[in-house]
Design a protein around this ligand. Structure first.
Ligand code: BGC
Length: 889
């Protein structure tokens, strides 16, 4: 058993990498923190007497540039408090860090310079107004969308120019005919009546001395577009859209100029543009004949445009974004393009079917060529095909994701602006001539988070399962965490992210994204008196009045906890503490005297329990085998335990004691009501045993725990490899089997390809995680249920077990300062590996089995320790570095 030497530092230099500010990934404009924390990663353990030199160069708009330095101990290196005077609005910082000796001699290269800048920090620094169309628009949706423009004179070429922009609606800007930024669907979805994100763009290079023009495309977006199912709700936040644009300029001589959108100086004008209508779910209609060539360039004749009207929005609700924007990532190249039989028209057009090989949130950019003015090209999108090879659009319900382009006779590349589609297949109708891959660029969209988690194994099906979960996450992390990206829903269902959060936080850096969303969970909790089913909340039919329901409401505690375990940031806990405590206090009022949550929520669906239990009929997904009160009580016991740990981390001793007592009471109620002395339970289901074991509810009853584990293993064996759990039980069956020594049963269930199972989906060609175990039936037909999606991340929560048990990485301390390496070979795998970019650097575990010898390679980042915990192997603590171990099995 040979250990590779660690910290050998052959080059003798101690470098610092990955300098970042707060939870932003790399350079960032427009942050809202005046005292932002910095983090960095050491490539080698610094010498004991080393110091860290922090250099910041700061520049306030129109002010002087100052460089400041300070020296710090080398630890901590994560979320280190701001060491200088607080930043003010619109202040630019260039920061770098370097390891130095006590005499301040360099020990290694300085980090790359990180550039960040505050946005508008005080509401009274917003001088711009929201402006939009001044004509009477129809009250329904599908409104003809406006363009807004203005021209400005600049006394010189700006040395620095920033556009601060947001909208009631969605917006894209152009300056002098050129697109501003590379994000889409700005400003994203928040609870607009409480807060709205204002985004910052560097437009220095786009402005020139003299005359300049600015133009804005405006769309309905989430603000006044139709949201949700069963007909949905339009105009939910308001029925008038408008853009806020504030341009702040600094010239080389330090003088400043500002431009503010407004309705009173007569220079801001609007007219209707080529987007005839656009709906996030239904698609976009564009008529190129209605374009205004040159409209965002200076000198354009806008004499027939109308003055804009002001749209009122409280400036106090404007905020700097904590999350990254939505951006295009890679393009999916078609794997097949076929002319659809029988679609040839007399006018020479035909319909083509394209398979992009990957289901996800994406949009096609199409080369509209060879069309005559007035020719129409229709693009439809679907996740799967019906058995007859046609697009399966029934499951999209109202969200038909259909774009229509009408040509003006000129060739052009076109992509819709204010809609998003979830699909793998598309048809293009009305196409002239051959359609080739060169005519289409299909771009993948999601919030631009940093990838932090990887998994690989010797089983290609398992790897595909992992990829599918990753794709479902990417597809649904679009401004908020949604349930699905395709049908008329796309809502921030709280239960789905409750279950998926541990997987999500491993795969991507979600700190900013989820903290941002949690702000709205709190806003809605205050507004509606409980945690609504989905956030932002929109009253829809049966779901019109939020009710406290388990799992969905428990997201108020589970998501902050998952963020904390991954990122170790107590500030996230502080920010979310009111949400956590209000949920615990609310539900504790619903408990029976014995601590069981058996009060029925006041709406027809009641607790959703083990939602989508595979034995439930297609039209009644809540009809599960496991008692709903059992599920609700188990989840609440877990929330109470998490709340106790959160109160502890924040030093709130009184709350900690209160929550600990509540945990004990609810746990006891659970044991008394739902478990028997022989280890069996009132619901003899996999879900029931899994929750009892995985939530630690049997930890004080070791004998019962062993028996419950045995019964769970027996049920799993009896099920013949078919999954028997829905949303609630699924994430915890495999962990509960592992915790009670039944890894081989866990592998048996995971590796099964029977329907329903995780790998069944994969063998059916899934490229994302399905909503239902059998969204597609074995004969290739679609599940008849009206609620059938092929892109829900919830059941992908199994990946947590892939990471923590197959790959074997598990955080012990919040933020991974201490973690376990506990892989369990099995399932016929001969190798597996996983890695995670922790706040301290990359942690990894890779193993292979050959002739009864288990070889293990571990990477431990500087600043952390790892504990090897493998059954039958002497535990060992590892320090920073790379380590190789071999064990005879
Ligand atoms: C959503 C789910 C959600 C559920 C709750 C569905 O329509 O797609 O993922 O959690 O409703 O009832």
């Amino acid at each position: 058993m040979a250990a590779a030497p660690h910290n050998a530092n052959p080059t003798g230099t101690y470098d610092v990498t990955h300098l970042r500010v707060e939870h932003y990934n790399g350079d960032v404009l427009g942050i809202g923190e005046s005292q932002p924390r910095l983090s960095w990663i050491y490539t080698e353990t610094p010498p004991e007497d080393a110091q860290l030199k922090v250099t910041v160069t700061r520049h306030v708009l129109g002010g002087e540039t100052r460089t400041e330095e300070t020296y710090l101990p080398t630890e901590p290196s994560v979320l280190v408090p701001w060491q200088f005077l607080p930043l003010t609005s619109m202040e630019e910082v260039r920061a770098s860090v370097q390891l130095v000796t006590p005499n301040h001699e360099p020990l290694g290269a300085p980090s790359q310079t990180l550039r960040f800048e505050t946005g508008i920090l005080d509401f009274y620094d917003y001088w711009a107004d929201f402006v939009g169309p001044s004509w009477a628009e129809p009250e329904t949706d599908h409104r003809h969308l406006p363009l807004v423009r203005t021209e400005i004179d600049l006394s010189g070429k700006p040395a620095r120019a920033r556009l601060y922009m947001t909208a009631c609606g969605v917006v894209e800007a152009e300056i002098n005919g050129q697109r501003v930024g590379d994000d889409v669907l700005c400003p994203g979805w928040t609870v607009y009546d409480r807060r709205l994100e204002c985004w910052t763009y560097d437009v220095t290079d786009q402005l020139i001395a003299g005359r300049n023009a600015m133009g804005f495309w405006l769309g309905d977006g989430w603000y006044r577009g139709r949201l949700g199912f069963d007909g949905g709700r339009a105009n939910f936040y308001g029925d008038r859209i408008g853009v806020l644009a504030q341009l702040e300029i600094e010239y080389a001589d330090g003088t400043r100029a500002s431009v503010y959108s407004n309705s009173w100086d007569g220079t801001w004008k609007a007219t209707s543009g080529p987007i005839v209508c656009s709906d996030l779910y239904e698609g976009e209609h564009y008529d190129a004949r209605l374009e205004h060539p040159g409209w965002s360039q200076p000198g354009f004749d806008d004499s027939d445009w109308q003055p804009v009207a002001e749209v009122f929005y409280e400036p106090q609700h404007l905020e700097c974004p904590e999350l990254p924007p939505i951006r295009a990532h890679e393009s999916n190249v078609p794997v097949s393009i076929t002319r659809v039989d029988g679609t040839d028209m007399n006018d020479g057009t035909a319909t083509w079917l394209i398979d992009f090989g990957q289901n996800c949130s994406q949009r096609m950019r199409v080369h509209m060529r060879g069309l005559n003015a007035g020719d129409t090209v229709t693009m439809r999108h679907a996740e799967v095909l019906e058995p007859d090879g046609t697009l399966a659009t029934r499951t999209l319900r109202r969200g038909q994701q259909c774009d229509v382009y009408t040509s003006n006779g000129t060739d052009a590349w076109w992509e819709p602006r204010f809609t998003m589609h979830g699909f793998r297949y598309a048809t293009i109708e009305g196409w002239r001539g051959e359609l080739t891959a060169d005519d289409i660029d299909c771009r993948v969209y999601h919030t631009d988070m940093e990838r932090t988690g990887w998994f690989d194994s010797s089983n290609p099906l398992l790897n595909r399962l992992h990829d599918n979960a990753l794709w479902s996450m990417r597809s649904n992390f679009l401004s908020i965490p949604t349930d699905c990206p395709q049908r008329d829903e796309r809502l921030g269902w709280t239960g789905d992210i409750d279950l998926f959060a541990p997987t999500a936080t491993y795969l991507y850096d979600t700190q900013g994204f989820l903290t941002n969303w949690l702000k709205d969970v709190r806003n809605e909790q205050k507004a509606w008196g409980t945690v609504p089913f989905y956030v932002p909340f929109v009253p829809l039919r049966v779901w019109a009045i939020p009710q406290a329901i388990a799992i969905w409401g428990d997201a108020a505690v589970a998501v902050p906890w998952a963020l904390y375990m991954d990122g170790g940031d107590t500030r996230v806990l502080e920010k979310t503490y009111p949400l956590v405590t209000a949920w615990i206090d609310e539900v504790s009022g619903y408990l029976s005297d014995d601590g069981v949550w058996d009060r029925e929520p006041q709406y027809c669906l009641g607790q959703l329990g083990d939602w989508l239990d595979p034995s439930a009929p297609p039209e009644d997904p809540a009809l599960a085998m496991t008692e709903k009160t059992l599920v609700a009580t188990a989840y609440f016991a877990r929330s109470c335990a998490h709340a106790t740990a959160i109160a502890h981390a924040l030093g709130r001793a009184q709350d900690e004691a209160r929550f600990a007592a509540l945990t004990a009471k609810v746990t006891q109620g659970f044991l008394d009501r739902f478990t028997h002395l022989d280890g069996t339970m009132t619901s003899d289901t996999q879900c029931a045993y899994a929750l009892a074991i995985a939530f630690g509810l049997l930890d004080d009853e070791p004998v019962r725990k062993v028996k419950a584990g045995n019964r769970l293993a027996e049920l799993v064996r009896e099920s013949g490899g078919r999954v028997s759990t829905g949303f609630a039980g699924t994430p915890f069956v495999l962990p509960a089997l592992s915790m009670t020594g039944h890894d081989q049963e866990a592998y048996g269930l995971l590796m099964s390809t029977e329907c329903p199972s995780w790998l069944y989906q994969v063998t059916m060609g899934a490229t994302t995680t399905w909503e239902r175990w059998d969204s597609m039936c074995p004969d290739g037909t679609l599940n008849p249920g009206g609620m059938t999606s092929f892109n829900h991340y919830a059941l992908g929560s199994v990946c947590e077990w892939l990471h923590s048990r197959i790959g074997g990485l598990q955080a012990i301390e919040p933020g991974w300062s201490k973690f376990a390496v506990c892989p369990q070979p099995g399932g016929g795998l001969n190798h597996a590996s996983t890695s995670h970019l922790t706040p301290y650097g990359m942690a990894s575990s890779a193993w292979s089995v050959d002739d009864d010898v288990l070889a293990l390679d571990v990477t431990v980042p500087v600043g952390t320790t790892a504990e090897i915990r493998i059954a039958g192997v002497e535990p060992e603590t590892l320090g920073a570095g790379t380590h190789h171990r071999e064990y005879t099995l």
